[in-house]
Design a protein around this ligand. Structure first.
Ligand SMILES: [Zn+2]
Length: 344
C-alpha cells in the first residue's frame, strides 16, 4: 500500500478538523523551518465528565498560548488528560500550562518525563567543556566551536519554550493499555529520535498516533549529542521501527508533522532503507578516514542553515557510531582532537 495522505482539509492554526470518529486534528505553529506541529484531541470521559484527552501540546511560546486560549473558549468541554509522546519542546512545551489549568493527569513514559525535567532545569552551574569537546570531535572548525560557546552563554536553553513541567506524572510503558473514552489504546515505545517515545495504537479502529517516530515525507532526526557521545541512537531507531509492520496494513497514521496518512508498512520500510542507503554511502566514503563534518555531504544534499547544521552533525554522528559499534569502522582521535572514522 502506497503512502497516501487522507483527503481532509489541513486545519488552520488553532482550529480543529475531525479526522476519524471522535478524533480531532489541531495544528499549532512552530518558529522553525518545520513550521507546524499536529496535536490530536480524542473524545474522552473522566469521572463522568465529557471532555477531550490531548496528545501533545505545542511549543511554549506566547503565540501558542494565545491560540490555546481562543480554542479553549470555543471548545465547550474541558481537557481530561494530557498525554505527551516525547520530551521535545514542540510536544511538551504547553503541557504544564494545560495540566495546571484543568488539574488533570499528565501521561508520559518514565525516561521521557525525567529527561524533560532534567533538560528544562538547565546546566545549573555545571561547566560546558564537554560541549566544546563534542564539537571538536565532530571536526568542526575552531571558529565554529568558539561561536557555539558564545551562543551557549546567551542561550537560556529549552526552559524558555517549555512551561514548568508538572511535578507528577502517570507512567506509560510498552504493552500498557490507556483508556480514552470508549477505547483502549495500546502503548508502543520507539527509541532513537528520543529515549522512550510513546506511540498509541487503537486495535479496534486501526489508528496509530505515531508522534515523531514515524513521519511521512521527512525522516525524524536521529542524533548523537554531547549529553551522550557514545549513544547508538540509529541502532535503537532501526530496532524499534519494524514492530510497526506488525500492525494492520490499512492503519491510519496520525503523525506529529505533515498530514495523516495510510501506507504505514511502506513508510516504515522506506525509513529503514533511507538509513541503510546512508550507511552504505558512508561505508564507501570512509574507505579513507573522515571526520564527522566531512561526512555531511554524504547525508545532506541541500545547503544547511546554521540551525540545521547542529542537527545534521548529530545525525551524521549517529550513523558513524552505528558503523563503529557494529565493528565496521575504526574511530581514532587525531592530533586536532577530531574523531576519524575509517572503514576496516
Ligand atoms: Zn521530536
Amino acid at each position: 500500500m502506497q503512502v497516501t495522505f487522507i483527503d481532509t482539509q489541513i486545519p488552520k492554526p488553532g482550529t480543529l478538523q475531525e479526522v476519524a470518529a471522535g478524533i480531532f486534528w489541531l495544528r499549532m505553529p512552530l518558529p522553525f523551518d518545520l513550521d507546524h506541529i499536529n496535536l490530536y484531541l480524542l473524545e474522552d470521559n473522566q469521572n463522568g465528565q465529557d471532555g477531550f484527552a490531548l496528545i501533545d501540546t505545542g511549543i511554549g511560546t506566547p503565540k501558542t498560548q494565545e491560540l490555546w486560549d481562543v480554542l479553549l473558549e470555543t471548545l465547550g468541554k474541558p481537557i481530561t488528560k494530557v498525554i505527551v509522546t516525547h520530551l521535545h519542546p514542540d510536544h511538551i512545551g504547553m503541557a504544564g500550562y494545560l495540566v495546571e489549568k484543568f488539574r488533570v493527569p499528565f501521561y508520559m513514559s518514565q525516561v521521557e518525563y525525567f529527561t524533560a525535567r532534567a533538560l528544562s532545569a538547565g546546566a545549573r552551574g555545571a561547566s560546558d567543556w564537554q560541549d566544546d569537546e563534542y564539537l571538536v570531535r565532530c571536526g568542526m572548525s575552531e571558529e565554529y566551536v568558539s561561536n557555539a560557546k558564545e551562543n551557549r552563554k546567551s542561550n537560556k536553553g529549552v526552559g524558555q519554550v517549555i512551561r514548568p513541567i508538572p511535578l507528577q506524572f502517570y507512567r506509560l510503558q510498552a504493552g500498557d493499555n490507556l483508556r480514552i473514552g470508549q477505547h483502549e489504546w495500546q502503548v508502543y515505545i520507539g527509541r532513537g529520535h528520543s529515549p522512550e517515545h510513546v506511540c498509541l495504537f487503537n486495535p479496534v479502529t486501526n489508528i496509530l498516533i505515531s508522534g515523531d517516530h514515524v513521519l511521512p515525507g521527512i525522516s525524524p532526526n536521529i542524533g548523537v549529542y554531547s549529553t551522550e557521545p557514545d549513544a547508538n541512537s540509529l541502532k535503537l531507531y532501526l530496532d524499534t521501527l519494524p514492530q510497526f509492520t506488525q500492525l494492520p496494513e490499512d492503519t491510519l497514521v496520525l503523525p506529529s508533522h505533515r498530514q495523516p496518512f495510510h501506507g504505514l508498512h511502506t513508510r516504515v520500510n522506506d525509513l529503514i532503507s533511507h538509513h541503510h542507503v546512508h550507511l552504505d554511502n558512508l561505508r564507501e566514503f570512509c574507505k579513507q578516514g573522515k571526520t564527522i563534518e566531512q561526512c555531511l555531504p554524504v547525508l545532506f544534499k541541500r545547503k544547511l542553515s546554521a540551525q540545521n547544521l547542529f542537527f545534521a552533525i548529530a545525525e551524521a554522528f549517529s550513523h558513524l557510531n552505528y558503523l563503529y559499534f557494529a565493528g565496521e569502522v575504526s574511530r581514532e582521535i587525531n592530533a586536532e582532537g577530531q574523531f576519524i572514522f575509517t572503514k576496516k
